[in-house]
Design a protein around this ligand. Structure first.
Ligand code: IMP
Length: 489
């Protein structure tokens, strides 16, 4: 299993791509299209959100029951990978138990952010509807892929849910203007995100126009109360989903991914589980409430795939050589200076620090051992791939966060009371080490790395092993985005 040990964006996509060359099966177990996994294929950047990162190598892949699927996003992504000559759906199985992210989840995600922002506590979600969809899983009201495959059952559920969700949205306190703006924003986001497949004529702008889901009959009745002007155009929503359903029937194999994984392991095949997001976005162990809505730690693979923990062999953590975060929430080692700007880049180069899903600039910070030590602990990580060491070349002095300190208390692991992470007195105990000037992106052996780069990695390894349950070894170091740009130590 491959997991992120920080706040996501550690480079799991590329690591999965590299590691799974000989794999027989690669599966996702949680999250949805809030994830953004970047790989480089023939020098070209490929960003996937729902499909496992090894899709581009034509491997058999699976999307496990714990994943929530926006059918429009899936269809768009399939169109996208086909432009690289990949036919993912000949190899892809989706678990019939997966929940569907519906338009009302996306709307609810944005409406909740509007309400939160009034209290000053926006989470900064990706607006993909992930939180509301998982809330429906827990509430037992999610529509599943198996429902989607049965048109009459789906139609009935869709009508019921639209009615229920409309009632809830009407009482949330958003205005009719905000309601309309949400749909316009959704349309604009989709159009921006799908420029490539739009220009290739694979879909049309009308397919991405979320304003067609607005009930204008109600919306234009300005004399009515705001809540009575909020509603969905049920016919248009159903029409859009049935169109996506047509693609599903053509391309997607719906089955039992849990059983596929178990059988692969029983038959001594190599199966990889690709985690999404990172340990500190976990809905229970992360920096609550600034987290995503799924279990992003290794245990999430068991619950998301329906397999026992004994079946998981090595848990590999992917850790960036520094820290980044996108969205809101505590970030104790954040840098506010030109070093951050240098690491972030302009967004034009592969590896620049901009959100793969939303394009938002990521906040950048020093390496934080408290975060990685806890991230490894929550997932039982024993092997670490340290990514993007090359990005630190040219920084003359490097800070490493050893532990957190709140007044007299030192924290080696993230505090169990989430408010401590936001305490204004929280300080980071740092050490400072010397940097290196050399470009290391062409180096392929540990011994050839500058002495200061080796010392940096060894220091990090020592720090994350403090009070560890099992030894944690950094055995691979990423020095660039290309498929061969790494050092096995
Ligand atoms: P949501 O997952 O869209 O609900 O967003 C909740 C938080 O998780 C926000 O801070 C997002 O920026 C963050 N998040 C979700 N997915 C990813 C990811 O793949 N990488 C980094 N951050 C993510």
């Amino acid at each position: 299993m491959i997991v992120g040990t920080q706040w996501g964006d550690e480079g799991k996509g590329e690591e999965t791509h590299r590691r799974t060359k000989d794999a027989d099966l690669v599966v996702r177990c949680q999250g949805g299209n809030n994830a953004g996994h970047t790989t480089v294929v023939d020098g070209q950047e490929v960003v996937l959100h729902l499909l496992p990162s090894s899709t581009t190598s034509g491997k058999p892949t699976g999307i496990g029951a714990g994943v929530v699927i926006d059918p429009f996003a899936l269809v768009n992504e399939v169109s996208y990978v086909q432009t690289f000559g990949v036919k993912p759906l000949q190899h892809l199985t989706i678990d019939a138990r997966c929940g569907l992210v519906m338009v009302y989840h996306r709307v609810m995600d944005m409406a909740k952010e509007i309400i939160r922002s009034r209290g000053g506590k926006k989470i900064g979600t990706t607006a993909r509807g992930i939180g509301p969809a998982y809330a429906d899983v827990a509430d037992r009201s999610i529509i599943r892929i198996s429902d989607f495959m049965n048109p009459s059952r789906f139609q009935k559920l869709l009508e019921q849910r639209l009615e229920e969700k409309t009632r809830i949205l009407q009482t949330m306190g958003i205005t009719a203007d905000e309601w309309e703006k949400i749909f316009i924003q959704l349309r604009d986001k989709e159009i921006t995100a799908n420029q490539r497949i739009l220009s290739q004529g694979l879909i049309t702008g009308a397919d991405l126009d979320y304003t067609r889901f607005l009930d204008y009959t109600r919306l234009t009745q300005t004399k009515k109360e705001d809540k009575d002007r909020i509603g969905f155009n049920v016919t248009e929503v159903a029409k859009a989903y049935f169109k996506a359903h047509g693609y599903f029937l053509d391309y997607v194999h719906v089955g039992d991914v849990s059983r596929m994984v178990r059988e692969a392991i029983r038959d001594d095949k190599q199966a990889f589980i690709e985690g999404a997001q990172g340990a500190h976005l976990d809905w229970i162990f992360g920096t609550f409430p600034y987290v995503t809505s799924s279990s992003t730690i290794a245990g999430g693979a068991c619950t998301g795939l329906g397999i026992g923990p004994g079946l998981i062999g090595t848990v590999r953590g992917v850790t960036k050589a520094y820290t980044t975060r996108v969205g809101n929430g505590p970030f104790p080692t954040v840098m506010e200076d030109e070093t951050a700007a240098k690491i972030r880049g302009t967004g034009k180069e592969i590896g620049d620090e901009y959100g793969a899903s939303t394009g938002r600039p990521r906040d950048c910070g020093w390496f934080d051992a408290t975060i990685v030590r806890s991230g490894c602990a929550f997932s039982g990580v024993t092997r670490v791939t340290l990514t993007k060491l090359d990005k630190l070349s040219g920084v003359s002095l490097l800070l490493i966060g050893k532990s957190w300190q709140v007044r007299d208390t030192e924290y080696l692991f993230t505090p169990e009371d989430y408010v401590v992470a936001e305490d204004p007195d929280l300080k980071v105990n740092h050490i400072t080490v010397g940097g290196w000037e050399e470009d290391i992106s062409g180096i392929r052996s540990w011994d050839d790395l500058p002495a200061n780069a080796r010392f940096y990695v060894e220091t990090i390894e020592k720090l994350i092993n403090q009070e560890a349950t099992q030894p944690i070894i950094i055995d691979r170091i990423g020095v660039g985005p290309g498929p061969d740009q790494f050092i096995d130590r």
